[in-house]
Design a protein around this ligand. Structure first.
Ligand SMILES: Cc1ncc(COP(=O)(O)O)c(C=O)c1O
Length: 385
């Protein structure tokens, strides 16, 4: 363990991939996952099989939901979720502007229209006051994102949903191990989704899961995952191939056993880093909202207006010191070219103000106390007035 010079992984993070001592992300894998995958290869059952079923049962139990349907990605899980909540043409779905693209694209896949509500300036999750203002007669669902490892305020969001007869589609793709008022992230939506992408708190390489307590919705989710095939070659719904592989599920079962340890290490690293960065002028450390347990999928600082150096200068300095860092999402989602071309607009001044200031620092489970000290020292020396 300890520092590594290997980049975290290839993929969409590759823009920020660099040879640093402390990479921004690195999966927490050991011989156990290797053995589990080898066993699958030896078994000859590669596509969906007993391990997928076991992973689903264990994950549902861990989050406290009746049904789990494992999928090929968080994106496919969200697509199925939106379809099953009846999102179609003329449906509006209220989503935040600080999130990954799939939060919006999966609404659009169903023919629905993403409507952007602003974020809370402390937790960066959906601001219920702004959500309230965005509800119209066409609103069908609210799609909160449990961002960076912290849930949205589901007390307030549930009240709005109840009052206006709306569904909640929970995007818990970033929140394995997070909780709100004693309940796990993933237990708040009428339907909820997780991603197991390589950077996530627990990973299957690529993968996702849909969670629900409703027997009929679960049955339809299983059908949509697999070509709507009710019995062999009998297709009753226009479904997809969104299956999870046995290899992925085998990794997932091992990762799930380690989830508590992974989250505990992230939380401890976050606590130490916050201590290191206390009282540094121009810098704000993450705030954990009321009732929340933060699982620190990402540790996000704010380099605010009082900082003597820009966020970009700080990143350059950290790079020289061997510390990986990267901006959070560069722009509000509604500024993405494809959404503009589709005439999907948004107006979220809080998100627009915050995004240029947000910077992610490494707290993944391979980061050790010495690393945290180096990160703290490097930041303090750069921001010294
Ligand atoms: C908030 C959010 N939603 C959806 C997704 C999509 O998950 P996946 O990459 O597994 O398709 C991600 C993953 O990055 C995410 O962070």
């Amino acid at each position: 363990m300890g520092r590594t010079t290997r980049a975290a992984h290839a993929g969409r993070e590759s823009t920020w991939r660099c040879e640093v001592l402390i990479p921004i992300a690195r999966p927490f894998l050991s011989d156990e996952e290797i053995e589990a995958v080898t066993e699958v290869l030896r078994s000859g059952i590669l596509a969906r099989g007993p391990r997928v079923k076991e992973f689903e049962e264990r994950f549902a139990e861990c989050i406290g939901r009746k049904h789990a349907i494992a999928t090929s990605s968080g994106t496919s899980a969200l697509h199925i979720s939106n379809l099953l909540m009846g999102i179609s043409e003329n449906s509006e779905v209220i989503i935040p502007p600080i999130t990954f693209f799939a939060t919006a694209s999966t609404v659009l896949f169903c023919g629905g229209r993403p409507v952007f509500a602003d974020v809370d300036p402390e937790t960066y999750t959906l601001d219920p006051k702004s959500v309230k203002r965005r509800v119209t007669s066409r609103t069908r669902a609210i799609l909160p994102v449990d961002l960076y490892g912290q849930t949205a305020d589901y007390d307030a969001i549930q009240r709005i949903a109840d009052k206006n007869d709306l569904k909640i589609v929970e995007d818990a793709c970033q929140a394995h191990g997070a909780a709100f008022n004693g309940k796990m992230a993933g237990s708040f939506g009428d339907i909820s989704s997780f991603s197991f992408y390589a950077t996530k708190n627990i990973t299957t390489g690529e993968g996702g899961i849909v969670l629900t307590d409703d027997d009929q919705i679960a049955e339809r989710a299983r059908l949509l995952r697999e070509h709507g095939e009710e019995t062999h070659y009998n297709h009753v719904l226009l479904g997809y191939n969104y299956r999870m592989m046995e290899i992925s599920a085998a990794i997932g079962i091992v990762q799930l056993r380690k989830m508590d340890e992974i989250v505990r290490r992230r939380q401890e690293n976050a606590r130490m880093l916050t201590e290191e960065l206390e009282n540094v002028k121009g810098l704000e450390t993450p705030i954990t909202g009321k009732g929340r347990v933060h699982s620190f999928y990402q540790y996000i600082i704010r380099v605010n207006k009082e900082s003597p150096v820009s966020r970009e200068k700080l990143m350059e300095h950290l790079q020289k010191k061997g510390v990986g860092s990267r901006p959070s999402y560069p722009i509000p989602l509604y500024e993405q070219p494809v959404l503009k071309n589709l005439r999907i607009a948004g107006q979220c001044p809080e998100a627009e103000r915050l995004l240029p200031q947000l910077l992610e620092l490494p707290v993944h489970p391979h980061v050790v106390a010495d690393d945290i000290q180096l990160i703290g020292k490097s930041i303090r020396e750069c921001l010294r007035p």
